[in-house]
Design a protein around this ligand. Structure first.
Ligand code: SF4
Ligand code: SF4
Length: 355
């Protein structure tokens, strides 16, 4: 108990770091149900993964690469019914569902970084209350990962997170090193405190060894330093036309991107024309009618312009506004694109690299 009191006292001074034996992981995850409905990465089909409600511990895939949809679906769902309306009752806000509590287990650093980026966006000029109510009710438990040939989060400085999680687990062999990031994370640990131990010198050495090893596992790298300037210089590059010819305008790259946030708003009115609902739904700047305005003019009617816009917004416009690209290097758009348009390759082409 004294150990735990010291832990709580120290938490205000520095991030608390503990150790969880792997054999206790299921018991720990089970205890998380007190903090919300637990969701974790599970397999979908032969090769893909999704974050889904956890009903069976044996189904968790701790070594997953990336999920089809990113965790943004918990804060900014693909379709969100905002309010209902009727002639008799006027407008009624729909907020009940926003307060449901979730614990999302197993987020990789890039996905946590992406949520930090969404926080900036939704706290912008017009604060999005629906996003932040959900955000408050979702606990985040991070998990370290091994990069594959599509991961470039290291180039995007999103391979490590210092905050943005309640707890973060790093594999150190027979145990996980557990960083406690918030008071809620602290409560989670406190609830099952007998499962946690203090970290010793051997654990720290192993953590550092694995952390170094991970840095060398990245197969792709993008030079970011002068990319905004190069993009400005190459604004009229033929590369955009070439990629525009390949792009199918399907929007998959936006849907799977953990930092794409655009949405469309529309009403669904019942046949009696007396009542209905207003919804918002994910949109994509790659869709043909995204920049279509009243009067029929389309600001980005050509596919090349839409592709260029997406790349400029992620790698150029966001840097100007927030000091970093909005891409976190998760590799989802590379995996999802039916035309095999690869963001790493596009950036290299713009940079003039020989492929
Ligand atoms: S642009 Fe592609 S690689 Fe970058 S964050 Fe979005 S989906 Fe991931
Ligand atoms: S996923 Fe590929 S084909 Fe579809 S809109 Fe994006 S870049 Fe174009």
């Amino acid at each position: 108990m004294l150990f735990y009191q010291n832990l709580r006292r120290d938490l205000v001074k520095t991030m608390q770091i503990l150790k969880l034996d792997k054999k206790n992981l299921n018991e720990f995850i089970f205890s998380l149900n007190d903090f919300g409905e637990v969701h974790a990465p599970v397999k979908k089909g032969d090769k893909q993964f999704v974050f889904s409600k956890l009903t069976d511990f044996s189904k968790i895939k701790l070594e997953y690469t990336r999920t089809i949809l990113p965790p943004k679906k918990y804060f900014h769902p693909p379709t969100d019914t905002l309010f209902k309306f009727s002639q008799e009752e006027g407008y009624q806000s729909l907020t009940e569902e926003l307060r449901k509590k979730y614990v999302i287990f197993g987020l990789h650093p890039c996905d946590i970084y992406a949520i930090k980026i969404l926080d900036l966006i939704f706290a912008g000029e017009f604060v999005d209350d629906r996003y932040f109510i959900r955000r408050k009710n979702v606990a985040i438990i991070g998990l370290d990962c091994i990069p594959d040939d599509k991961c470039f989060c290291r180039s995007m400085r999103a391979d490590f997170v210092e905050d943005g999680f309640d707890l973060f687990l790093s594999d150190i062999g027979n145990s996980y090193l557990v960083r406690v990031g918030t008071g809620r994370g602290d409560d989670m640990v406190r609830k099952t405190q007998d499962l946690f131990k203090e970290v010793n010198k051997k654990d720290i050495t192993e953590y550092k060894r694995r952390s170094d090893e991970k840095k060398n596992l990245f197969k792709v790298d993008i030079e970011l330093s002068d990319l905004p300037e190069i993009m400005d210089l190459e604004y009229e590059s033929k590369v955009w036309e070439e990629i525009g010819k390949e792009c199918l305008s399907c929007g998959s790259c936006s849907m799977v991107c953990p930092t794409c946030y655009c949405y469309d708003v529309f009403d669904e009115i019942n046949l009696d024309a007396n009542h209905g609902v207003r919804k918002r739904q994910w949109d994509s700047c790659l869709f043909k009618d995204y920049a279509l305005v009243a009067g029929g003019h389309n600001f980005r009617a050509e596919r090349s312009l839409r592709v260029k816009n997406r790349f400029f917004h992620k790698q150029r416009g966001f840097v100007a506004q927030y000091g970093r690209p909005s891409c976190v290097g998760c590799g989802r758009c590379i995996e999802a694109c039916p035309a095999k348009i690869d963001i790493i390759e596009v950036i290299n082409r713009i940079r003039g690299a020989k492929l």
